[in-house]
Design a protein around this ligand. Structure first.
Ligand code: AMP
Ligand code: ZN
Length: 492
């Protein structure tokens, strides 16, 4: 029997505002879409937090033995500066400022994104589609929305008529807004817009002559709207109706609201059963954002090169720090908080070593099955990673008590205990034991230093054939020796 049949998973659904018992559309299979980054600059730690929240959700669903198709896109066109309707494309702007091709910008920051996620031990999604790779699909959806009477053309651009849509559907359902308030609170600033209503949003924009990112369409040479991209890419790979759609809280409106409207106008059915929104990482109490400069880059965590940081921290410590907060809570970044997280992480990793060599006994004095279920209960309760971590520290307490001979487990219980600790720490939370790499570094340093002293001895003995041989063979292995005033050092 698959594990998911033994657990009751509840997910907070932004659409209903309630925790709901999760039931996939097709038993045992899950389709999950998460809005990916707009690749016009380096991802900051806030972006990493949102993607990490969904990485852990993905990991837990896999742990429950669901078959998950996880689609996370790359936005490489159509996202306008300030998330506005009119203005410059974020990627085109960067290309103009740096005198690059837009696709050079896209390539550079997609590579950066992948490197960062790898360093932070993310599982890759099942499919990572790009918006520019799905222009044809987007044009097809626009045609359907026009055919349904909701899309209209104005000056070569296509807009979505939210007022007309709202006559039969509910625009604002996800974000808890209503169209009358929205219309009352918006002014058409220039009065010259092509739109019927200021709340209407673009499905397709005609490109101005100077606009370089453009594609042919039945209406004009132009480019797709940002909201439409996610509708096209999610339904292409997951179908018109799928299980989970996620993203950061700031995408709920207008991005996700517009996605729902587009899908409903195009197919007549609402696209997603469970909408999930991850909360923001703040710095000094303010949202981390690329545009304001109030942010830390993930690489700066690893190097310590940021005035806020007292030192460098490993990727696993940063992971542990972020997972100590529930994904729907705001989390503020500070040096003190990550220093404290590092202590907790080390304590956990030490216990993961001790558990490997615990003694066993003929009788168990701890109810391991109950403890294990409490770990599942934490994750079943809307992926509550801080409660899970608290349960894992309860596990650490058991490990130390058993090690001190104050509690005991049978061999069978110890195996259950050890498997569960390993599964939750490494598979579900995605932490890595950095001691392994640290200690191999220590060993390398020890071995090279030993060769350096042998080389010094050879030189003192005027045995230059040997000293050169040591130097050259190290170079062949990619290890460079450098003789300086303070002695010989090496770089790898
Ligand atoms: P973007 O590249 O701006 O489209 O953002 C990529 C993802 O990061 C989106 O899901 C955003 O909601 C999310 N995001 C942006 N800023 C933050 C932040 N400060 N904390 C957490 N997530 C964020
Ligand atoms: Zn999206």
């Amino acid at each position: 029997m698959p594990l998911y049949n033994t657990q009751t998973l509840k997910i907070y659904n932004s659409l209903s505002g309630e925790k709901e018992t999760f039931k996939p559309i097709h038993e045992g299979n899950i389709g999950m879409y998460v809005c990916g980054p707009t690749v016009y600059s380096n991802v900051h730690l806030g972006n990493v937090r949102t993607f990490m929240s969904f990485d852990v959700i993905f990991r837990y669903l896999l742990h429950l033995e669901y078959k998950v198709r996880y689609v996370r896109n790359i936005t490489d066109v159509g996202h306008i500066v300030d998330d506005a309707e009119d203005g410059e494309d974020k990627i085109a702007k960067k290309a103009r400022l740096e005198q690059l091709e837009p696709m050079e910008v896209v390539q550079r920051y997609t590579v950066d994104f992948h490197e960062i996620l790898k360093a932070f031990n993310f599982l890759p999604p099942s499919i990572e589609p790009t918006a520019t790779g799905h222009i044809i699909e987007q044009i097809e959806i626009i045609k359907k929305i026009i055919a349904s009477g909701i899309g209209y053309e104005a000056n070569g651009s296509i807009y979505f008529d939210v007022v007309k849509f709202n006559e039969t559907n509910h625009y604002g359902r996800l974000s808890g807004r209503n169209i009358e308030d929205m219309l009352a609170n918006t002014r058409d600033l220039d009065g010259q817009s092509d739109k019927r209503n200021p709340q209407d949003f673009a499905l397709w924009k005609k490109a101005e002559p100077q606009h370089i990112m453009r594609w042919p369409s039945p209406w004009s040479d132009g480019f797709p709207g940002w909201h439409l991209e996610c509708t096209a890419m999610s339904t292409k790979y997951l179908g018109n109706h799928f299980d989970i759609h996620g993203g950061g809280m700031d995408l709920k409106f207008p991005h996700h609201e517009c996605e729902i409207a587009q899908n409903e106008a195009c197919t007549g059915q609402t696209p997603v059963n469970y909408w999930m929104h991850a909360n923001m990482l703040t710095l000094n109490g303010k949202k981390m954002a690329k545009s304001t400069g109030n942010n830390i880059l993930p690489r700066e965590i690893l190097t310590g090169e940021n005035t806020i940081l007292s030192k460098a921290f490993s990727a696993s410590v940063a992971r542990f720090f972020m997972l100590q907060a529930h994904y729907r809570s705001i989390l503020d970044f500070s040096d003190d908080a990550i220093v404290a997280a590092e202590k907790g992480y080390k304590r956990l990793m030490e216990a993961m070593e001790v558990i490997k060599q615990l003694p066993t006994a003929s009788k168990s004095t701890i109810d391991i099955a109950a403890w294990k279920q409490s770990c599942y209960d934490a994750m079943n309760d809307d992926f509550n990673s801080p409660i899970l971590i608290a349960q894992l520290f309860e596990g650490v307490r058991y490990i130390n008590l058993i090690n001190d001979g104050k509690e005991s487990l049978t061999a069978a219980d110890l195996e259950i205990f050890s498997l569960a600790m390993n599964a939750f720490v490494f598979d579900v939370l995605g932490l890595e034991d950095e001691k392994t790499t640290d200690s191999s570094n220590d060993k390398l340093e020890g071995a090279v230093n030993m060769l350096i002293s042998m080389r010094n001895q050879a030189r003192a003995d005027k045995n230059f054939a040997l000293s050169d041989q040591i130097r050259d063979q190290l170079i062949a292995l990619g290890i460079q020796l450098k003789d300086g005033k303070e002695g010989t050092t090496f770089s790898v």
